[in-house]
Design a protein around this ligand. Structure first.
Ligand SMILES: NC(=O)C1=CN([C@@H]2O[C@H](COP(=O)(O)OP(=O)(O)OC[C@H]3O[C@@H](n4cnc5c(N)ncnc54)[C@H](O)[C@@H]3O)[C@@H](O)[C@H]2O)C=CC1
Ligand SMILES: O=C(O)CCC(=O)C(=O)O
Length: 445
């Protein structure tokens, strides 16, 4: 065992002792620990403050019962949470996820990663995440609205524009943010920027809906430019059919790429010659209405591969944009054999640790979600400043700012990478240094 492995083992033993039953959280922490513990040890103030250990204990983890009434008049009960991981560099910030797979482990991993991601944006944003084990699929719109209202009744005391600013994530889009904000406003009797991702008529920023997907493509362009290449003409394989996937597809097509697939848990939509914008719009409409993608209209030129995943379809670039650990060893091998040379994560932690290693060995350049999908939270940060200043930036202004931020994140990551392809280490170390400088300035608090 070398010195770094020994450091990581000792550190992870302590984290496991406190958070043993939280596999996703342990996975996210270990990936960062591998890259940053030697940096911490080499810096006396960071080591004295035990910065990484502090970042593995949430400042606050609130759990609450959410009781709501379904359309049949029956009482339904779910669990809700907010994990406020660190406000070292700004108010807590991060999305809300409604999905049956939500657990404290999932939210802690997301809140932990959010701290690093938000630091990379260069904006004053701390890290948080929240959500509920509520499954909106099969619920009516009015049931989802009632759930949002019941959820916010519990969350409202924990949030505020200078305290904690939630936004959307899986199954929480602009519509749900509207319902959440309506209840927040009523409960607290204020109109302020306590949520981002709002509708444009009540303080939402232009382009927040598109920002994560567009930002992902801008990040990929920065990676390609560094290799004297461009997106035009590249084949891009994308997983998922949600907000991040469809906006990444939309921007990639606009920039001349050939998007060869989108997917969901039922199968993959393959477009051998590249998808058109109307096909992406159809997929988005299916997701919005809770419909299936299995039966696309013939005119869209899509082939549905029932039960098959997206990986293995020939492509130059892979963008996993659905959910955590969606790419395991088998999918990673399929990606490695499909011609892909560059992978950028639209989802948070979409690769298992084994998948990361397989792709590393295959020489595939990888951009972690912390860096590549930071465009969403970056535009949320712009929404916060617009709300604080009482102004509204145009779509063009936000787009220019988003592109600049993604280019900036790319440069920051590359400056800390040990080798040309090592963006994971670059993102972890750059995010860590920013957080560590703040945390070690506060004394023992
Ligand atoms: N919405 C945002 O601004 C941001 C989202 N992300 C991440 O992007 C990913 C996708 O989020 P959104 O597009 O916003 O959500 P969404 O609700 O719009 O879409 C969710 C997508 O994930 C897929 N999915 C969900 N659970 C799944 C499961 N267990 N197995 C396979 N597929 C599953 C769905 O088919 C769908 O494609 C998530 O990892 C999220 O944390 C990251 C940064 C910002
Ligand atoms: O805009 C935000 O605050 C949420 C973004 C988010 O949840 C993420 O980056 O994963």
């Amino acid at each position: 065992m070398d010195r770094r492995d020994a450091l990581v083992e000792t550190f992870m033993d302590a984290v496991r002792a406190r958070s043993g039953g939280e596999p996703e959280f342990l996975q996210a922490v270990e990936e960062v620990a591998r890259d940053v513990l030697t940096v911490e040890k080499a810096h006396a103030e960071f080591a004295a403050a035990r910065v990484l250990e502090q970042l593995t204990e949430p400042d606050l983890l609130a759990q609450f019962r959410v009781v709501w009434e379904d359309d049949g008049g029956a009482t339904r009960i779910n669990r809700g949470w907010r994990v406020q991981m660190s406000n070292a560099i700004g108010p807590y910030k991060g999305g809300l996820r409604f999905h049956p797979s939500v657990t404290p482990s999932v939210l802690k991993f997301l809140a932990f990663e959010q701290c690093f991601k938000n630091a990379l944006t260069g904006l004053p944003l701390g890290g948080a995440k929240g959500g509920a084990d509520f499954d909106p699929s099969g619920c009516s719109d009015r049931e989802i609205m009632r759930f949002c209202q019941a959820f916010m009744a519990h969350l409202a005391p924990f949030i505020g524009p200078d305290l904690d600013v939630p936004a959307g994530d899986i199954n929480v889009g602009q519509r749900e943010i509207g319902w959440l904000f309506g209840t927040y406003k009523r409960k607290r009797g204020v109109f302020d920027g306590a949520l981002t991702g709002k509708g444009p008529s009540f303080g939402g920023s232009a382009l927040r809906v598109q920002a994560t997907g567009y930002g992902l493509i801008y990040f990929v362009c920065a990676m390609l430019a560094r290799r004297s290449a461009e997106l035009d003409g590249k084949r891009v394989a994308i997983s998922g059919k949600g907000n991040v996937s469809t906006h990444a597809a939309e921007k990639a097509i606009e920039m001349g790429a050939r998007v060869v697939c989108l997917s969901d848990t039922s199968g993959t939509l393959h477009a051998p010659d590249g998808m058109r914008q109307d096909a992406v719009e159809w997929v988005r409409a299916q997701k919005r209405s809770g419909g299936q993608v299995a039966d696309p209209p013939a005119a869209l030129g899509l082939q549905f591969r029932d039960g098959e995943g997206p990986w293995g379809i020939e492509a130059d670039i892979a963008l996993p944009c659905a959910t955590q650990n969606e790419v395991g060893p088998e999918a990673a091998r399929a990606i490695a054999e499909s011609g892909v040379t560059l992978l950028a994560e639209g989802a948070n932690m979409p690769l298992t640790s084994e998948a990361v290693e397989i792709l590393d060995r295959a020489g595939i350049v990888q951009a972690p979600g912390k860096a590549a999908n930071a465009g969403g939270v970056a535009v949320s940060g712009l929404e916060m400043s617009q709300n604080a200043e009482g102004r509204f930036l145009s779509r063009e202004e936000v787009d220019a700012a988003l592109r600049k931020i993604m280019d900036g994140i790319h440069d920051t990551v590359i400056a800390e990478a040990e080798s040309a392809g090592d963006c994971r280490r670059g993102a972890n170390v750059a995010g860590y240094r920013h957080l560590a400088r703040a945390i070690s300035s506060y004394g023992i608090v």
